[in-house]
Every structure is written in C-alpha cells, then in structure tokens.
Design a binder for this molecule. Sequence first.
Ligand code: NAP
Ligand code: MG
Length: 327
Amino acid sequence: MATIYTDKDATLDLVRGRKVAVVGYGSQGHAHALNLKDSGVDVRVGLPEESKSRQKAQAAGLSVLTVAEAAREADLIMVLAPDEKQRRIYEEDIAPHLTAGKALFFAHGFNIHYGQIKPPPEVDVVLIAPKAPGHMVRQAKALGLSYARGIGATRAAVLETTFREETETDLFGEQTVLCGGISSLVVAGYETLVEAGYQPESAYFECLHELKLIVDMMYEGGLGWMRYSISDTAEYGDYSRGPRIVNEGVRAEMKKILREIQTGQFAREWILENQAGRPSFDKLRAEAKAHPIEEVGRRIRELMSWLRDAKKDSSEAPRKPRPAAQA
Ligand code: NAP
Ligand code: MG
C-alpha cells in the first residue's frame, strides 16, 4: 500500500521559511506560484525576458525575474519549464546559483531519472508531481510536504513515490492509455465506421463525442458505476467484445512500450528528437491535425453553443490550452 499524506502531516512553516522561485508560468507554473502566494509563501517567478507570460504573472501580483536572478535569490527552486528545455535552463541559469543547502524541485521525474540533470550532492532534490503528487529524495521530505501543503496538494492527498516510479508510470500511462491509447482507439473506430460507409458525423459522435459521458462516469464511480449506468446491451458488449479489442497482441505491445521506458530507449529517442529540431514530431503533429475527424469535429462543435463559447481549436492556437492536470 502506498504511503499517503494529508494536511496534518505537513507544516507550512518550512516552505514559508524559504525564498521560493517558480521557473516557468505555464500550466503548472501559474498554479504553483499563485497557490504558494495564497499560502503566504515568499514566491517569485523566473521567466526569460522575451516570455509572453511575464505580463500575466505581473498582473497577478507576482514578482517576475529572469531565471538566473530568481535562482540566485531563492533557496527553493521549482523547475516548471517544459521538460525538454530543462537541461539547458538548469546548466545555464540554475546550476551556477545552486549553493549548498538550496533545494531543487521538479513536477516530473524525467530529467533526474534519465540523468539529464545531475544536481550536486549538497542540494536537496524533490519531486512533487501533481496528479497524485509525488515525493522526494535525500533529507528533503519534510520540506517537500511543506511545499505540497503550500500548493494545496495535501488537502486531497499526497502519495509517496520515487523519481523512477513517477517517471515510468507517467510515461506509460500517457503513451498506452491516456493520450496514445485513447487517441488511436478513437481514430481507429472512426475510420472503421466511415470506411464501411457510415456518415462521418455519426462516427464522430459514437467514437469521440460520447467518450466524455463514459469517462465522467468512470471518474465518479469507477468501471462499476459506468457499467451500472449504461444499458445491459452495452454492458454485455463491453464484457464480450472489449477484450477482443485490447487482446493479447495489444498487451504484448504495452509490455514492449513499458520496456522501452524502463531501459531509457524512449527517453533517448525523445532527447535526440529535440536536439535534431523535432523533425518527426512536427511531421506527426501536422498529419494528426489534418485528419478528417478534426474537420468533422470542428463543424459539429460549432453547432454546440456551450462548446462554441469556450472554443478550443488546436488549428488556431499555437500552443494547446489545457488544464493543469494529469498527463
Ligand atoms: P507549459 O505549460 O508548457 O509551461 C512552460 C512554462 O515554461 C511557460 O510559462 C514557458 O514560457 C516557460 N519557459 C519556456 N522556456 C523557458 C525558459 N528558457 N526559462 C524559463 N521558463 C521557460 O509546461 P507545464 O505543462 O506546466 O510543465 C511544466 C512541468 O510540469 C514539466 O516538468 C511537466 O512534466 C510537469 N507536469 C505537467 C503537468 C501538466 O498537466 N501540464 C502535470 C504534471 C507535471 P511561456 O509562457 O513564455 O511559453
Ligand atoms: Mg503525466
């Protein structure tokens, strides 16, 4: 059983006794910085001079510095820049200011686990990974819990984990189930129906739109609640057909993907891809954007007033607008 911590296990005093720098002001960064500020913590944000988020952070009443200035001033540095940029940011702007006793925090284990960032031994290294927030190494546990309380994580629960477990399960989950698995399943179902001559609109509703209803029920009460809420016909189809879709071949591929994560093969591939300027990534992204399901979806969502008002269209946005959560 996992060790779980809540408010009673964490004191705000430790993190309030620190000068905290939050590097980055994106999905995670803005939430950490603002929650810490609300918790009475002395927090500053580190961003490049040219960052478009500087204004946002200032408007929210936060003090904004360059990353190097923030890292020099602070004795607790939370790195919330994109994972693939962290090594350079660390080497150029953070490492020179990492004196003994400072603490370096991460929200994902990737760069520590795969050896991209190697902090000196006299610095505490902590992982607080939001979702089922994470853990810490060396003597930094109490400070880690204090920070977790500062961002409000202990109000729900903080689950003790390791850099290895957080990194490997996070990558596995997003590749095989949450992002990769679901997207491929949706597209394959859609294409099967359209190729069989059904209307793209019907295929979109059945294979993508209705997913939310199902996932909401799973989220609220597990698989059992979802199955209780659907018709018996749907439930029978679930038990009798589902395992034929996620069959032995799929499970074997999942194991292969897990091994690629555990051996560092995936990490090497992604690091090299970034060093090469992301040629494959850009091509895959462009191909995915051009898939007909996206065009059908745009037309259908245009008809739904509640979606039209909160328009989320990746073809118009340079970066994905997303909630600070999960994958
Ligand atoms: P994000 O939304 O892409 O935000 C990254 C932020 O870093 C942006 O504010 C960006 O500036 C800034 N940045 C870019 N280059 C920088 C530089 N050279 N120096 C300083 N800041 C720079 O990233 P995120 O999703 O919050 O991810 C941050 C960390 O949290 C990652 O380790 C990620 O794995 C982890 N995490 C994310 C989630 C999630 O759901 N998003 C969940 C758990 C853990 P601009 O604003 O100018 O673009
Ligand atoms: Mg994740």
